[in-house]
Design a protein around this ligand. Structure first.
Ligand code: ZN
Length: 324
């Protein structure tokens, strides 16, 4: 999962392997913007990576704008966690500007997307990656000091997790935690493969849409149930999606589906103020969704906490059966 500087290689790698995370905390329960007593679950939208290539016949500028238009129609602010290395050229700068100018949060997702569970990706590597991308996004007025770990991996050993947390804090950053993890990246990779092999007209786009919406809702309901059980309230969730073709094609349908199931959709800036984000798991349980880690730490949910928490392996058979 190393990424190359070539943007096409980056795109492919990004489409095939993705997972991220998010940070937040700085509020106390008494000052949250959204009343914690609200009777319905709440979800905000966060997008990781940021690619600048054409996808399955859609020019980059067009599919990127499709995502922004879905958000604009809902008057919704999202968080965009970007890698830095492909944002230095003209297209990369255009991408950052397009999200910034629409009022979305621009946040940090490393420079080249390393997995910090790997021994070679040390705390020193982390510090370099954090600061490289900080300098890429710092000039955009809507940048925020939130950091999301690639693959939601925060370091395999507690000492390294601690070192990385200290570096984050010393730079004024918080973890941009994910609460709802899912595998949109996998549906996206299969959709693009299908369009390439069968053509757009024969790619069963509607069936992909149905699978995608159902999958995200199912994972959202899982993490909502878990978080409600843990915290006895409907938290402001942060859903992990990616800057990809499924977001461009299906985000509008996904938002509609959330609403029809009784969810409120909220801005990412509001969501990250929820006090749940200051309940940071101890270093032995760092990584995956924040809710997954909190549940793991509690010791009370072993039978429903799979590992990896989300992965292509869980969706493959279902998609195979539907010929997606
Ligand atoms: Zn990522």
């Amino acid at each position: 999962m190393t990424m190359k500087f070539n943007s096409h290689a980056l795109v492919l790698t990004t489409m095939l392997l993705m997972a991220c995370k998010n940070p937040s905390p700085e509020k106390t329960a008494s000052t949250v913007d959204t009343p914690v007593s609200d009777a319905s679950p709440k979800v905000s939208f966060t997008f990781d990576d940021g690619i600048t290539a054409d996808l399955a016949g859609y020019p980059f500028e067009e599919w990127n704008q499709m995502i922004l238009t879905h958000l604009e129609k809902e008057n919704l602010q999202a968080a965009f966690f970007v890698t830095g290395q492909n944002k230095l050229d003209e297209k990369g700068q255009f991408l950052l500007k397009s999200w910034n100018d629409d009022g979305h949060q621009i946040a940090n997702h490393t420079f080249s997307h390393p997995n910090f569970n790997a021994e070679t990706n040390t705390a020193e590597v982390f510090a370099t990656q954090l600061m490289q991308t900080d300098s890429v996004i710092a000039n955009f007025p809507n940048h925020v000091k939130l950091f999301r770990f690639p693959y939601l991996k925060e370091g395999r050993h507690p000492a390294k997790v601690d070192s990385i947390r200290n570096i984050l804090a010393s730079q004024g950053y918080a973890n941009g935690y994910v609460t709802i993890d899912a595998s949109d990246w996998y549906v996206n990779s299969r959709l693009i493969k299908k369009i390439k092999s069968d053509g757009m007209e024969n790619a069963k786009i509607d069936a992909f849409r149905d699978f995608y919406v159902q999958h995200i809702l199912e994972r959202a309901e899982y993490y909502e149930k878990l978080s409600f059980d843990l915290h006895n309230t409907h938290i402001n969730h942060t859903l992990l999606l990616h800057h990809n073709l499924t977001s461009a094609l299906f985000l509008g349908d996904l938002i509609k589906a959330f609403k029809s199931k009784g969810w409120q959709v909220v801005d990412s800036g509001t969501a990250f103020k929820d006090p749940v984000f200051s309940k940071i798991p101890n270093p032995d349980f760092a990584g995956e969704s924040l809710i997954w880690a909190q549940a793991k730490q509690s010791g009370n949910y072993e039978e429903i906490l799979r590992y990896p928490a989300e992965d292509s392996r869980y969706e493959k058979d279902g998609m195979d059966q539907l010929d997606l």
